[in-house]
Design a protein around this ligand. Structure first.
Ligand SMILES: [Cu+2]
Length: 220
């Protein structure tokens, strides 16, 4: 809503223009790597129902993942909630925490993967927070106990988050062997992250996970 009408229109035109350039030149913007493949993933719970907000990611089985530009992310505070509830980023990414409420928040985490604190603030903090270790970071607010967010940091550029139908798609992978994982914040504490080996050939494959989740205890 804060984007001026004129700016959003020119933004749309810019996207159309970029797409046209991409189409004319015969290259996709992201998929310009030859033979890039995809993995379509379905995540369900023990009863077979779709699991949303699951982090799905593929770690190359050998060697380092191809370096990719780090994507930055944003977790906003709005109506005394963190949005989104779950964020997935590659190790080394920065996340900003803009406060769009009229009340101040005090954002913190005690998780070993990243202990940090953004002391009572309004508006946009001066600098984003760097997440430089893989793992799960549970974020809270010191003032509003019900506020909760999860960050899952992964050592690969190939990740996605499942939608309401429990589906996610990993794109732009080179053919080869991968370890495919599916994390969810309601996995039992200390339970290993479910994984499966994938041998990716051709243009892509499909995979599914059945997660054993504890009862949802989310206040969002
Ligand atoms: Cu708060």
């Amino acid at each position: 809503m804060s984007i001026p009408y004129r700016a959003s229109i020119s933004g749309m035109l810019f996207h159309v223009w970029i797409r046209r350039i991409a189409a004319l030149s015969g290259f996709g913007l992201v998929g310009s790597v030859a033979c890039a493949a995809s993995i379509a993933v379905q995540v369900v719970d023990a009863a077979g129902g779709p699991v949303a907000d699951s982090a799905v990611y593929a770690e190359p089985a050998s060697g380092q993942p191809a370096p990719k530009p780090q994507r930055t992310a944003e977790i906003e505070q709005k109506a005394r909630k963190f949005l989104p509830l779950v964020t997935v980023v590659q190790t080394g990414s920065e996340i900003s925490f803009p406060n769009h409420d009229t009340v101040r928040h005090h954002v913190y985490s005690f998780s070993p993967a990243k202990m940090f604190e953004l002391k009572l603030y309004a508006g946009i903090p001066a600098s984003p927070v760097l997440f430089d270790k893989p793992g799960t970071v549970v974020v809270g607010c010191n003032i509003h106990d019900q506020m909760l967010a999860y960050i899952h940091i992964v050592d690969t550029p190939y990740f996605a988050k499942t939608d309401a139908a429990g589906k996610a798609r990993l794109e732009g992978l080179a053919p080869g062997k991968y370890r495919l994982k599916a994390w969810h914040f309601n996995l039992a504490n200390g339970a290993p992250i479910p994984e499966q080996d994938i041998n990716l050939t051709g243009s892509g494959t499909a995979a599914s996970f059945k997660l054993d989740l504890k009862a949802a205890a989310v206040n969002n």
